[in-house]
Design a protein around this ligand. Structure first.
Ligand SMILES: O=C(O)COP(=O)(O)O
Ligand SMILES: [Mg+2]
Length: 233
């Protein structure tokens, strides 16, 4: 049974929230750069570039190399990166701690689950499938679904329409300021989890609740349902 007051649905960000995908994104990005004769970037540098989708990833990578690229070149590079990434999206990627048990438990309690990510949809499905999570998702919305990517609210609103729910009936869970801003703009409560791809602490992201690990999500949902004030920021 779903505990009273819990949301009808929980929508999860993917990169930095459900999976640690930075090593594969880093490898595919360096393969892409190498194919254009550019030098590699470090994992640490690339990790900080993740979160706004592929076009912004490419812009940030070239900016780090001191190169300005025009939109047409960026889109061409983004297309090559996307192909290379799709081919190796599960080589080095691992689940964040506790994800499988948490999602199975939430689904068993009758909460509908979804993924809303800036990562393109095909690679998103590949990653979820690889970890046995795709079947648990009632909706999967990738960054190329049509609406503008997070921090705009469009992808989240798209997921709500597919689920046939109002934003106020769901909770968003993410690792970055993009997730918090997107959920707020959509009118959805948001929980920020530490350990993802942002330099900000979850408490600094302005979410309704901040947690250190995904295992703390059920307690955070109960606190949200009881209307507890968020901890002092
Ligand atoms: O592809 C990205 O830039 C990050 O995607 P996310 O929305 O799952 O964090
Ligand atoms: Mg993320």
């Amino acid at each position: 049974m779903k505990p009273a007051g819990w949301p009808r649905a929980i929508l999860f960000d993917l990169d930095g929230t459900l999976v640690d995908s930075a090593p594969d994104i880093h490898a595919a990005l360096n393969q892409t750069l190498e194919s254009y004769g550019e030098p590699p970037l470090t994992l640490e540098a690339v990790t900080k570039m993740i979160g706004r989708g592929v076009p912004v990833l490419i812009e940030r990578a070239y900016a780090a190399l001191g190169i300005e690229i025009d939109p047409a070149t960026r889109d061409r590079v983004a297309e090559r990166y996307t192909k290379l990434y799709e081919a190796r999206a599960t080589e080095l990627t691992v689940l964040m701690a506790g994800v499988s048990d948490l999602l199975r438990d939430l689904a068993a309690k009758g909460v509908r689950l979804g993924t809303v990510t800036n990562k393109p949809g095909a690679a998103t499905r590949t990653v979820l499938e690889h970890f046995g999570l795709l079947d648990l998702m009632a909706v999967v919305v990738g960054g190329d679904a049509g609406p503008p990517r997070k921090p705009e609210p469009g992808l989240i609103l798209h997921a709500c329409r597919e689920l046939g729910i109002e934003p106020g009936e769901a909770v968003f869970v993410g690792d970055s300021e993009n997730d918090v801003l997107a959920a707020r703009a959509a009118g959805m409560a948001v929980v920020a989890v530490a350990g993802g791809y942002t330099e900000l602490m979850p408490e600094a992201l302005g979410a309704d609740r901040a947690i250190d690990r995904l295992e703390e999500l059920p307690a955070a949902l109960l606190a949200l349902a009881e209307g507890d004030a968020a901890p002092d920021l």
